[in-house]
Each structure stands twice: as C-alpha cells, then as structure tokens.
Design a protein around this ligand. Structure first.
Ligand code: F6P
Length: 541
C-alpha cells in the first residue's frame, strides 16, 4: 500500500474549513479570558503555552483526528521498536536507544553501553592527565573536527551548559572547527600548542571532505613538530564514526576509535559517541544527565495522548500553520544567551529532516512540508529582524523559549541581584514580544498612525523550562527531534534521509580538479601557526 498523502486524510477538509473561518488572535483572546490558562501542555518540568496559536477547541479536535488517522501512536511504537522507519536507506532510526536503560530498548543493543563505557574511559584519561601528547605533556586543549550533525549538537550543548562544568573538566578547553575553508582551524592553530592539543575527528561516514580536509591539515601541522606519525596518531587523535575500516585506513589505532551505528542519523548523533566533546568539556556525569533528560521526554512521547503530548502538539500546530494557514516561515527565539547555537542546531534538525517534496515511497507531494526555519537569541533578534515580524509582509510562526529560573546557582556572586533583575527584564521582553505579535496595537491601544500600526495575528508558542540544566536541555532537544518525526509522519515523508545534499558534493568533486589544475604552480607554504619549539617524541603512557 502506498503512503497516504496529508490531503487524502478525512480530517484535512474539516481543517481547511476551519482555517477558512480566519479567526483572529485578538478575538480568540477576548472571547475566552481563560484561554492562556487552558491552552498549555506539559512534559516533566517543561510547559508549552500555545494560547497564542490561531487554534480553537474545534481545531484541536480536528488535529487530534488527523494524528489518529495518520496512526501516530503506532508510528511512534515503530520508531522505538527499531523498525526500519528510514525506508529509502532501509534501516532503523534508533537514537532513542542511545539514551534508554537496557530494559527500555530493543534487544541486542548492548554495544550501546559498551561504547559509552569506552567513551567514559577515554574522557577520564584525558581529564585526569593520564593521556599525554607526543612530548609527554598533558592535554590542555581539544578540537572537535566535524560538520553538520557531527558539529552542531556538541557545539550547542557545550555552549548551553558551560556553567555546569564539573571540576575534573575545568582544565580542558574544547574548541570546534567545521568550515571547509580552514579558516576556523587557521585561527585555532595560530595559538594552540601542538604538544598539548588533542583532535577529535567526528564523522559518521568518515568520508566528509569538510572534516577530512581539516583533519589532514592538522596532521600535517602536527607532523612539522613531530615526525613520528604513529606516535601522533596515538597521542593526538580520537575518531568517532560508524566506519571502523575508514578510521583505521586514516591511521587511527583501534584504541583511539569510538564507534556508533548506521542506525543513528547524523543529526541525531550527539547522544552517541559524537557527544565526546560534550563529556570532555563538561564532564561525563553531565553527559549522562543529558541522556537521562532526553529519555524522560522519550517516555512522555511514547505514552501521552495526542493533545497531552508536548512534541506531538508542536508537530500538529506546525502542520496547522504550514498547510492550513499558509505560514511558511518559522522563527526560533530562545530568550537565553546560553542557547546561542540552538537555532542553528534546529535549522539542520528540522530542514535537513523534513525539507522533502516526495513521500517516503517516492510520490510527489502536492502540499508544503518544512517551513524555512531560522532564529537568534530573542532579545538580540529584537534589534535585528523583529521589525519584519511586527510590520513586514511575511506571516511567521515563532517559538519563544525561556527558563523561568535563572542564576539560582550564582547566589555567591557579588552582583547576583543585578543579574536576577536582568533575568526579569529578559522575561518581560519575551512576554511582551509574543503579546504584541499576537494582538498588535490592541495589546496597548489602537492608532491611526500607519507607521505605528502593528497588525498582530502572528502566531507563536512559548516553551517554558523551569530552569536550563543538562536534564532539561536533553528533554528540550528530544522534544524537537520528536516533533520532527511526528510531522514527517503527518506529511508522509521520511525524515531520516538527506538525498538533497548529495548532488552538490558530487559537482564540487568534479570542479575541484579544474581549480587545482589552474593553480598547480603554487609553491608550498609554511605550516600555519608553526610552533617555535618543536620537541622530541614521548610515548603515551
Ligand atoms: O551533508 C549532510 C550530512 O550528511 C549531514 O547529514 C551530516 O550530519 C553531515 O553531513 C556530516 O556527516 P558525517 O558525520 O558523515 O561527516
């Protein structure tokens, strides 16, 4: 049986009729003074306030029908059970198994614990100083070389949870280099010490040219300080990949290889050994807390009914906005400086997963799928692109994200009260913006001045975390992962492949020799950031 299209579902016509009523947020709020209290859904310590979405009780009922018609509960079961939900690549998508205790995951996955343990051992060696560089000095800096899913998740999490860094991790500085042009690496190599820097080569496929070209540059940089390549591979590189053969072929000894599986999608891989920089930079216990938080959310997603299910509700609201209200842009607005990289992380998660125009069995779609998604720290975006949200011509749906409590671990800080006041200011801004987006001038008073006219009616949800910590961040990330899966089921597409990024890679491969040919006369340059005192070899203990 071929994949059913969204437009073939019987709830579709009903939802279209409801959308044609064109209800305005200002009227919805004045019709029901308790709307804000009623339109929330919670999972653990996280609450979604969706009262500023253009939905009514009737719309929610119809969306629930749509979810049941699309058999979301059994599709969720299939995901967790390890069925081959990634049809075009004929494999499972079992990222949830990476964060589940043994009794809660499909059988035969003991290797998950084994790799996590191997990761913990390596982390301990590096943090305790047992791991040494080629000259016998302890490691002070780690650079993660990876791109896409092998970069964005670890980068986002290490930035978000910095204040939870455990004592054993404090002496290590963790950096990230992803860009194929080498510019990030160039900056780093300029000041890093080759004797005390460890490089993590993070690549599921271990064929990604962006990452391998950075790794090759690093290897040649290190080689100019220590000619013993076997020693360099042993003391300065750890690989994380689903291909043991390719890691070995690159020169990584078996002991320096952390493995994961082809059933972990790249953009879902921070829970696997791709999470190594998180554990190195914050501590293994923080990484385990992150896994635990995601697992709690997994349990909620598997068991809660559609309208009490937070990720499913987000998915349904997204489909309502895109397919019925024709809103094709989605802004991610965390009101928290720690979530600086969360929007770019979600850009890959959502758009690489659901930017599709054929069903999972290859039929063309006659409706829209993933909206254009972008974002920025909300308070900064107020001074950048909010003008367009308030008075531009695009309809945009937004997610505001905020932690209710902040600085409760900073009471000792001399200026604690000022920081708390800043947090209150931040919350006030967050609430003000969603209110004005929803109600326009009606939030204050109407005006005849065209320049001061705010039309409102831009829908948004607000995700409120009690506080941001490893557990709640794990749950937040898992929420968006499941939202993506639920939306893919509603749209009838496969969120786990990414064929759309392959052609550009192929064409670049064809073009590169032409560029090489035109510059074959180049003379080799000095290695970047050459260290003044190359030293002799020292075996790793
Ligand atoms: O080009 C897209 C992509 O394949 C992503 O899906 C992936 O996260 C990224 O490249 C990096 O891939 P790898 O981990 O195999 O180097």
């Amino acid at each position: 049986m071929s994949q059913e299209l969204l437009t073939q579902r019987s709830a579709f016509a009903n939802l279209q009729a409801l959308a044609n009523q064109k209800k305005k947020l200002v009227d919805l709020f004045s019709e029901d003074s308790r709307r804000a209290q009623k339109m929330t859904v919670s999972a653990g310590s996280m609450t979604l306030d969706f009262s500023k979405q253009r939905v009514t009780g009737e719309v929610l009922e119809a969306l629930e029908k749509l979810a049941l018609e699309a058999k979301l509960p059994s599709r969720i079961k299939a995901l967790f059970a390890g069925e081959k939900v990634n049809i075009s690549e004929d494999r499972a998508a079992l990222h949830t198994a990476l964060r589940a205790p043994a009794d809660k995951r499909p059988e035969g996955l003991d290797a998950v614990d084994e790799q996590l343990e191997r990761m913990a051992v390596l982390v301990e060696k590096v943090q305790s100083g047992v791991w040494r560089g080629f000259s016998g000095k302890r490691i002070t800096d780690v650079v993660n070389l990876g791109v896409g899913g092998s970069d964005l998740g670890p980068l986002m999490v290490t930035q978000a949870l910095r204040e939870f860094t455990q004592p054993e991790a404090r002496s290590l500085k963790v950096h990230f280099a992803s860009t194929i042009d080498g510019s990030q690496l160039f900056d780093l190599l300029d000041h890093l010490n080759p004797e005390t820097t460890l490089f993590c080569i993070a690549s599921k496929s271990f064929t990604t040219i962006d990452t391998l070209s950075n790794a090759d540059t690093v290897r040649s940089w290190l080689g100019s300080y220590c000619p013993d390549s076997e020693l360099l591979h042993r003391c300065h590189f750890i690989g994380m990949s689903a291909s043991r053969e390719k890691m070995t072929a690159w020169g990584l000894p078996e002991a320096n290889q952390l493995y994961f599986w082809d059933w972990v999608g790249g953009r879902f891989s921070l829970w696997a050994t791709i999470g190594l920089p998180i554990a190195l930079s914050l501590g293994m216990s923080v990484f385990r807390e992150l896994l635990a938080g995601a697992h709690e959310l997994d349990e909620h997603f598997r068991s809660a009914a559609p309208l009490e299910n937070l990720p499913m509700m987000m998915a349904l609201l997204g489909v309502w906005n895109v397919n019925f209200l024709d809103i094709r842009a989605h802004a991610i607005l965390p009101y928290d400086g720690r979530l600086k990289y969360f929007p770019s992380y979600l850009e890959q998660l959502e758009m690489e997963s659901n930017g599709k125009s054929v069903t999972s069995d290859g039929q063309p779609l006659d409706y829209a799928t993933c909206p254009v998604l972008w974002g920025e720290i909300g308070a900064n975006a107020q001074h950048a692109f909010y003008q367009l949200l308030h008075q531009g011509t695009q309809a945009v749906a937004s997610d505001f994200i905020i932690a209710a409590s902040r600085y409760d671990n900073a009471c000792e800080f001399a200026h604690y009260e000022q920081l708390v006041a800043q947090h209150e200011l931040n919350i006030a801004n967050c609430l003000a913006q969603s209110r004005v987006l929803a109600l326009g001038n009606a939030a204050v008073e109407p005006t005849d001045n065209p320049f001061r006219h705010y039309p409102g009616n831009q829908p948004s949800s607000t995700l409120i975390l009690e506080r941001l910590d490893a557990r709640s961040l794990g749950a937040l990330i898992a929420t968006y992962e499941h939202k993506v899966y639920a939306q893919a089921c509603l749209w009838g597409i496969n969120p786990f492949d990414q064929w759309g990024v392959e052609l550009g890679k192929q064409v670049a491969q064809q073009l590169q020799p032409l560029l090489n040919g035109s510059s074959s006369e180049r003379t080799p340059t000095k290695p970047v950031g050459a260290h003044p005192n190359p030293v002799g070899a020292h075996p790793n203990p």
